[in-house]
Unconditional design. Structure first.
Length: 114
């Protein structure tokens, strides 16, 4: 399974970005995680193959995850970005509805400036 994330960049606080992650080789539960400098990796959101989604409470209302199953692609729409959203964002995939993510993308850097 190969995961290719894209869409990161530099944005001012209050702005928006949309991340994309394309998966090859099948259909998976897809997720987004992030890791800020000096911090542990943090869960952001999950999109199941059923179409159900979940966003972590800390980002709920600002971030939206969606997927295009025909393209095996998952998106993370990030609005009202804050400086503290600065991190490397990783997409991940797993077989099945629960458990650990077995596959990880290379990460895309999101930098939010004040």
């Amino acid at each position: 399974v190969q995961l290719q994330a894209s869409g990161g960049g530099l944005v001012q606080a209050g702005g928006s970005l949309r991340l994309s992650c394309a998966a090859s080789g099948g259909t998976y539960t897809m997720g987004w995680f992030r890791q800020a400098p000096g911090k542990e990796r943090e869960f952001v959101a999950t999109a199941w193959t059923s179409g159900n989604t979940y966003v972590a409470d800390a980002m709920k209302g600002r971030f939206t995850i969606s997927r295009d199953s025909a393209k095996s692609t998952v998106y993370l729409q990030m609005n009202s970005l804050k400086v503290e959203d600065t991190a490397v964002y990783y997409c991940a995939a797993r077989r099945g509805n629960s458990g650990s993510y077995q596959y990880w993308g290379q990460g895309t850097l999101v930098t939010v400036s004040s």
